[in-house]
Structures are given as C-alpha cells and as structure tokens.
Design a binder for this molecule. Sequence first.
Ligand code: IMP
Ligand code: MG
Length: 178
Amino acid sequence: MNNVKLHNKYFEMFISENEINAIIHTMAKNINELRISDPLFIAVLNGSFLFAADVMRKINIPNAEISFIKLTSYSGTKSTGDVNKLIGINGDISGRNIIILEDIIDTGITLEKIMSLLKKENVAEIKVATLLFKPKAYKKDITINFIGKSIPNDFVVGYGLDYDEIGRNLPHIYKLKH
Ligand code: IMP
Ligand code: MG
C-alpha cells in the first residue's frame, strides 16, 4: 500500500518495513556493543510497542530486562505539550542502568518529563534510543544516544505511531500528504 487514509487525512509511504528492519538491526548492534551491565529497557507506550519488541529480540546483553511506561502528550497531529505522570514503574529501580525506548522524539517535552521522573528514582545511568527523531522540532538539549532515523517535521504514522489512535498496526511508516 503506497497510500492510506486515516480519519479524514491521506498519508503516503515514507519508510518501508524493510528499511525499518535495517534501522533496528543497526540500532540493536550499537546498543549491544555498549555492554551496559544488567540493562533495564524502558519502552514508552503506546507508540513504541512494536519498536521495543523488535529491538529487544536482537539484544544479547546478559540480564537485560524490559518494562513499559505510559504518558500522554499528543492529541491529533499537534503536540499538546502537557504530559501526565509516569505509570508502569512499580518496583525499585534505583541504581539501574536504563535505556529508554521511544518511537519518536519531536519537541523533546515528553523525553524531558520521563528523564526527570526517572532521575527521582535515583537510577544510575540513562541512555535514550529513539526510532525516529525530528531535529528541527527538538527544543531540549538532552543527548539522544541512539537515533534510528532523523526525519523532517512531517507527521508520521504506522509501526506503532498513531493518528488519533489509528494506524499503529501499519507495517510501514507513512507521512501526511500536503
Ligand atoms: P514530544 O514530546 O513533542 O517530543 O513528542 C513525543 C510524542 O509525541 C511521541 O512519543 C509520540 O507519541 C508523539 N508524536 C510526535 N510526533 C509524532 C508524529 O509525527 N506522529 C505520531 N505521533 C507523534
Ligand atoms: Mg509516544
């Protein structure tokens, strides 16, 4: 499918399933090479569910764990900027080496919020991995350690990313048509 319609908008193919697989292969290799000890991957739901699943099955670091957290910051195709609290961290994560798995980093507001909430838990180290990054929209100076692909300021859907909750199941990533 080269074009899809979601709600009232039209999207065109942007990053194929094959390209996504190649991006994930490279990212997992780079993460593995760091040999972070007993890493705790923290995937940010809902958007990163497929990305996290695909990266994790390629991670070969001993004692790797994964947890899922959830925040809400987006409605429609524009970031609303308001982020709620972090849910999904139950046990003690103090002293852990964290790798955040994000589907996309846009303004960085969500990432900053997650970082500050995790720091309150006294974790040891936090690294950030994101499938997609919008450098022109990014307003923060938090280092992003692993970037799958940098993209223009287009709104994208598919492979976990949604437009008002639909489109997450698409195997390719699509961008909004102008
Ligand atoms: P930020 O807080 O502006 O960096 O936005 C981060 C969150 O907004 C991501 O985790 C996504 O859930 C959502 N988001 C940002 N850009 C897009 C997009 O192009 N498509 C779908 N969701 C997006
Ligand atoms: Mg998200």
